[in-house]
Design a protein. Structure first.
Length: 319
């Protein structure tokens, strides 16, 4: 096994406001091999999207990265200049955003989006060459190239997401971060988009991070799963292992709260309570107020992320 394409160590991201400080990503460490797909799962507010934006150094104000290291292709991204990061975004690391209708400029034709992207990274490229490349790319994504002169509102939600995927792939990056790429799509279109991502990953040997609150989506897409809770990775390991034998009580809760077509006789069981207020987080293990297996050390001290059964898990049950 060679060096990882992406290596994150002890990453900390905070949001500061008049009410106080929220640590949205807390000491997160993970590695991703070239060609692998990592699924990041967890409830809303667990820090998944903030982690994704951090990898591109695009955390929106008042958030900021306050600690840790992000190494991509042997480059320390936190030490790169703003200009160097602009060159990396799109060409080496690219992102598919949640809502294509708000990500695409409503007053610009699709051609203008691609022209701006191509020529920002290569000023020598002519508009005609940019359009020619875009047409071929749209054709390959199941969108007729003749629709390049349409506006975003003239496309369906699924087609707009295909355009966003095209923009993410246009400069042939090696890492794609897909942040809830099927949000607000019906289940049939969702399946089509996920199948398209699988196909493109195989064709282009992509490395991918798939961010979702739906743990069922990662079952078919991801090689590894990282389960996030309250800004922390609480379990990280191979997809098959986590689905067959989840170790962390929160991971078990996520699986039990999702429908399982292989075992339709099983009733879904929601996780009691709500995610913690990160302005005033619980002491010790952040999950202990909702955990069915809470015991003496849980409220007193935070569990370390330790290796157990071919994966990493942060739970006092495995100390």
């Amino acid at each position: 096994m060679g060096d990882p394409l992406l290596d994150v160590r002890d990453l900390i991201v905070e949001y500061h406001s008049l009410r106080g400080c929220v640590r949205a990503v807390a000491d997160v460490s993970l590695s991703l091999e070239k060609g692998a797909t990592l699924g990041l799962v967890g409830e809303s507010g667990s820090g998944k999207s903030t982690l994704g934006f951090s990898l591109l150094r695009m955390v929106p104000p008042p958030g900021r990265i306050v600690g840790g290291q992000i190494t991509f292709d042997d480059k320390d991204l936190l030490r790169q200049s703003d200009e160097e990061m602009r060159r990396i975004r799109g060409s080496q690391i690219s992102m598919i955003f949640q809502d294509p209708m708000t990500s695409l400029n409503p007053v610009k034709k699709i051609r203008d989006h691609f022209i701006e992207l191509y020529r920002t990274h290569d000023e020598r490229m002519t508009k005609e060459e940019a359009v020619s490349r875009a047409v071929k790319l749209l054709d390959s994504l199941g969108i007729g190239g003749d629709r390049i002169d349409n506006y975003p509102h003239q496309f369906s939600g699924g087609m707009r997401q295909r355009v966003m995927i095209g923009l993410a792939l246009a400069l042939e990056p090696s890492l794609i971060i897909a942040d809830e790429p099927t949000t607000a799509l019906d289940v049939i279109v969702e399946a089509q988009i996920l199948e398209l991502l699988k196909q493109l990953k195989a064709e282009h040997q992509l490395t991918m991070i798939l961010i979702t609150h739906n743990i069922g989506i990662v079952a078919e897409m991801a090689d590894m799963i990282g389960v996030m809770y309250a800004g922390q990775i609480v379990e990280l390991g191979p997809t098959e292992d986590i689905f067959e034998d989840p170790l962390h009580p929160y991971t078990k809760g996520l699986l039990e709260s999702a429908p399982n077509i292989e075992h339709p006789e099983r009733s879904m069981r929601p996780i009691p309570g709500s995610p913690p207020d990160l302005l005033n987080p619980p002491t010790g293990c952040k999950f202990h107020p909702r955990c069915p297996k809470v015991f003496e050390p849980c409220p007193l001290r935070e569990p370390a992320l330790l290796e157990r059964k071919r994966r990493l898990v942060a739970c006092h049950l495995y100390d």
